[in-house]
Design a protein around this ligand. Structure first.
Ligand code: NAI
Ligand code: MG
Length: 494
């Protein structure tokens, strides 16, 4: 089958990009660039300025100056909130253009970018705009109140290094910038090398919205060079990272000499659990959305589907029918439901896991299991049955449209299996039994539990992981904790 060629949304044209340092657009110091690839065709989109340690150093110095002597941390919190609102308005006004750029870079379908990514990005900036003037300390009831007045201040942490992945490039920028800026921090962002474009456009819009020089700096480049330099730089107070846990381990070690604050949002192997009493139609759709949304390149993807034995066969039939009916193809076509995997590397990794599932694990591949088309990095929605929890496809993060189906009979055994993974990012439970839902929500060690829904997100709802799935939380009030230091002030009154 070939990919439909009718392009309903025009492909944006980008040729050469720069870095954003101290409010100015500059080439990398080395003059080097790297190629940015369109994953739906394999063609080169643009030559991207490649920053490394020297550019990171400039960016960190600019962020330090902006933090220590610029207007940003000292301006009224309400003014900072207004800037975030102005940025949100500009994103909304440029939604079509930003969405098209995201599709070009990542390969995800335009309909999903417009329905999910854009509203979440705008919502995140507005949500934290609302927090900006509500981040407050406390007055404390200490002994001898006639003698001492004691209070706390919540102050920004300082310069925040932010390293993000390629699966939700714009949303990751929003999750990183919005709380950091609301608290009065300055930032140096290192986007993923696979998806460098939308962050740059967001940087442009932030400058238009009135962001002072040095508050937001963007250095594209590779993890081992630019990312590494940011982690080790003594001028950086905190690193917020989203990506693979193995990278987080390296970052943690490299951040140790300078004792940086760290927050991590990492991967998962999330159990999606369906009981026989669930609304079958909703649960089947939940299983489809849980694993195939965003080509399965989702940290909280429902990649382990636990089905109560008595509904197993019927459920699998319905899941397989929907997997086979999914519309794959040109991500610029608004009809397309599933686009391309982000890169050749990721495409190869997923195909390798499909091979492991078939040959080493000896699970049964009942849908997909192969690439789609002969151009670009498309993979058919893939379903494995006859899976045991100790198989590699049930334990290792594939980060693609591949679901492992595991039957269960006994609830206690189910909880044990669901928790038997190094990860703890998310889980879902489909049942009409409200008591069981709450009991299971408490027993599963994961940062988010969905009951009769999957992949619902909101900037107000904290998101993050237990175990190898992360440290700290993004979104909600919780994120503010990680972007502020608490200062205690004692005043002798008499
Ligand atoms: P990665 O963790 O290597 O990359 C994420 C970010 O970290 C990128 O900006 C990268 O340049 C940077 N980075 C890499 N090495 C670094 C280092 N030594 N120091 C500082 N920064 C560094 O993830 P990658 O290689 O893109 O994907 C590999 C696997 O990770 C995927 O197959 C998937 O399983 C998982 N992953 C999980 C994500 C999540 O949202 N939890 C997102 C992306 C990938
Ligand atoms: Mg990597």
């Amino acid at each position: 089958m070939s990919i439909p060629s009718m392009e309903k949304v025009a492909r944006p044209k980008v040729r050469q990009t720069q870095l954003l340092i101290d409010g100015k657009w500059v080439p990398s110091k080395s003059g080097k660039t790297f190629e940015d690839i369109d994953p739906s065709t394999g063609d080169v989109i643009a030559h991207v300025a490649e920053g490394d340690a020297a550019d990171i150093d400039e960016a960190v110095k600019a962020a330090r100056r902006a933090f220590e002597s610029g207007p940003w941390p000292r301006m009224s919190a309400r003014e900072r909130g207004k800037l975030l609102l102005a940025l949100a308005d500009r994103i909304e006004a440029n939604a079509q253009e930003l969405a098209a750029l995201e599709v070009l870079d990542n390969g995800k379908p335009i309909r999903e970018v417009l329905a999910a990514d854009i509203p979440l990005v705008v919502g995140t900036f507005r949500y934290y705009a609302g927090w900006a003037d509500k981040i407050a300390g406390e007055t404390l009831p200490v002994e001898n109140p006639d003698q001492f007045f004691c209070y706390t201040r919540r102050e920004p942490v300082g310069v925040c290094g932010q390293i993000i992945p390629w699966n939700f490039p714009m949303l990751m920028v929003a999750w990183k910038w919005a709380p950091a800026l609301a608290c009065g921090n300055t930032v140096v962002l290192k986007p993923a090398e696979q998806t460098p474009l939308t962050a740059l456009r967001l940087g442009e819009l932030a400058m238009e919205a009135g962001s002072p020089p040095g508050v937001i700096n963007i250095v594209n480049g590779f993890g081992e060079t630019a990312g590494d330099a940011l982690v080790k730089h003594p001028g950086v107070d905190k690193i917020a990272f989203t990506g693979e846990y193995r990278t987080a381990q390296i970052i943690m070690a490299n951040a140790a000499p300078t004792l940086k604050r760290l927050t991590f949002e990492l991967g998962g192997k999330s159990p999606n659990i369906v009981f026989a009493d669930a609304d079958m139609e909703q649960a089947v759709q939940g299983a489809v959305d849980g694993i195939f949304f965003n080509q399965g390149e989702v940290c909280c993807a429902g990649s382990r589907l636990f089905l109560e034995q008595k509904i197993h066969d019927e459920f699998v039939d319905r899941l397989v029918a929907r997997a086979k009916a999914r519309r794959l193809g040109d991500p610029f076509d608004p009809q397309t439901e599933q686009g391309a995997q982000v890169s050749k590397e990721q495409f190869d990794k997923i195909l390798k896991y499909i091979e492991i599932g078939k040959t080493q694990d000896k699970a049964r591949c009942v849908a997909g299991g192969e690439r789609f088309g002969d151009r670009g990095y498309f993979i058919r929605p893939t379903v494995f049955t006859n899976v045991r929890n100790d198989m590699r496809i049930a334990q290792e993060e594939i980060f693609g449209p591949v679901v492992a189906v595991l039957p269960f009979r006994d609830e206690r055994e189910l909880v044990r299996e669901a928790n038997t993974t190094i990860y703890g990012l998310a889980a879902a439970i489909w049942t009409k039994d409200i008591g069981r839902a709450h009991a299971l929500a408490a027993s599963i060690r994961a940062g988010t539990v969905w009951v009769n829904c999957y992949n619902t997100f909101d900037p107000a709802a904290p998101f993050g992981g237990y175990k190898y799935s992360g440290m700290g939380r993004e979104c909600g009030r919780e994120a503010l904790e990680h972007y502020t230091e608490v200062k205690t002030v004692w005043v002798r009154m008499a």
